[in-house]
Design a protein around this ligand. Structure first.
Ligand SMILES: [Zn+2]
Length: 395
């Protein structure tokens, strides 16, 4: 009996995942894709309809239908059947994104996080956002889980080791959240979450090996292998920002000099573009837009700034390509307004400088925008609740 309910549980999640990945499907097609009988799919669908997680819809008219005389019915995820809250704890700011059951964003919000605020203040803002969302009848009972991202080292068990940019250290954030929030909470590094959000909304993009770089206040990274994050032994893997790309340079938050992050982030862009150094929290979030405008106008200083930043990024990408032989390298983050010219500048030299014979990875840009970490965090919560990591849907 126990085995039967486990099989049913697994098949239910396979069905929900298939509907997320492929969109609405007729019962017969669901049965075929999941290698189940039509009767067992119908039984599961009836149960999921009663629990408001899936719904019946008139079939999409794609010109392929042959069942003349009987209007086709598709089974689809019920978008408002469940919601997932993603939270980015950033520098001076917290961003929130709510995903529905189809993993589409339905609400976003930004609030200030006062300078010097600790974890208690951040958790208070999460509680307030959750309460505000639940005051809306649409979300009152449907928020199932929360994902939270932090800018730095956090273990898989939610223990924050070091967030130098926020000056948070040795903090049991997961335990603190569990004590105050009445939903399952998971905590992830911000770049890991952004990378996961990118592939979760486009599963084909996550197949093979994908290296992800998030360039903003810092320079974070993630490696994805067949749609799964390569987390390392403790969840701390892929600290790409600390690749050593120079003998010397500005002091990095890790205590060393020469790290990629110190040459490829907003503060470095400020230095290259204005020849003035300021601390991270004083760099304007509009800097990439301002430099992009100057670049488009042919400004020589802006052009030189992009050339300098690109040269260091190139060194990092050469090493990453040689190390992982990735299918794709995806770049995202607050540097987005400048990523097209940066990628244009890097593609040729990258092909020349990687190990001879190494295939050139696809260089792509994540255009999700400012809420990429919050959306990624919500996607991770969605994944935990409804997906099965090891089920291959591509049959
Ligand atoms: Zn470093």
């Amino acid at each position: 009996m126990a085995n039967q309910s486990l099989v049913r549980h697994i098949n239910e999640r396979r069905l929900l995942s298939a509907l997320r990945v492929y969109g609405p499907l007729p019962r017969a097609e669901l049965a075929r894709r999941l290698s189940l009988t039509r009767a067992s799919v119908t039984g599961m669908v009836d149960d999921l309809v009663a629990r408001r997680l899936v719904e019946e819809r008139p079939a999409r008219d794609d010109g392929q239908r042959r069942d003349v005389g009987r209007p086709g019915i598709d089974i689809a995820l019920a978008p408002d059947g469940a919601h997932f809250l993603g939270v980015e704890i950033g520098v001076g700011v917290m961003r929130f994104a709510l995903l529905d059951l189809t993993a589409s964003p339905v609400d976003t919000e930004t609030v200030d996080l006062p300078t010097g605020a600790g974890a208690e203040a951040a958790i208070g803002l999460i509680e307030a956002r959750l309460a505000a969302l639940r005051s809306n009848p649409r979300f009152a009972k449907t928020i199932r889980a929360i994902g939270v991202t932090v800018p730095g080292l956090v273990r898989s068990d939610g223990f924050v080791i070091n967030l130098p940019i926020l000056r948070w250290q040795h903090l049991p954030l997961g335990t603190l959240l569990d004590a105050r929030i009445d939903l399952p909470c998971q905590i992830e590094n911000n770049a890991h979450a952004a990378a996961f959000g990118h592939i979760y909304s486009n599963p084909q993009a996550g197949e093979g090996v994908v290296v992800y770089l998030k360039i903003g206040t810092g320079c974070g990274g993630a490696v994805i292998v067949d749609n799964k994050l390569l987390r390392g032994a403790n969840g701390l893997g892929a600290e790409i920002g600390h690749l050593r790309v120079a003998e010397d340079g500005p002091l990095c938050s890790c205590g060393r000099r020469g790290c990629l992050e110190t040459f490829v982030n907003l503060r470095a862009l400020q230095r290259y573009a204005t020849h003035k150094d300021v601390v991270e929290r004083d760099v304007s979030i509009d800097l990439p837009n301002a430099v992009a405008e100057r670049l488009a106008a042919g400004d020589r200083e802006a052009t030189a700034a992009i050339a300098e930043l690109s040269s260091y990024l190139l060194r990092g990408l050469v090493d990453l390509t040689n190390l992982f032989n990735p299918d794709a390298i995806v770049i995202g983050g607050a540097m987005l307004p400048l990523l097209d010219p940066i990628v244009d500048r890097i593609a040729g030299p990258l092909a020349e400088q990687i190990v001879p014979g190494m295939p050139m990875p696809r260089l792509t840009i994540s255009r999700i925008g400012p809420f990429e970490c919050a959306i990624g965090a919500a996607a991770m919560a969605h994944h935990e609740e409804f997906d099965l990591t090891n089920i291959d849907l591509h049959t």
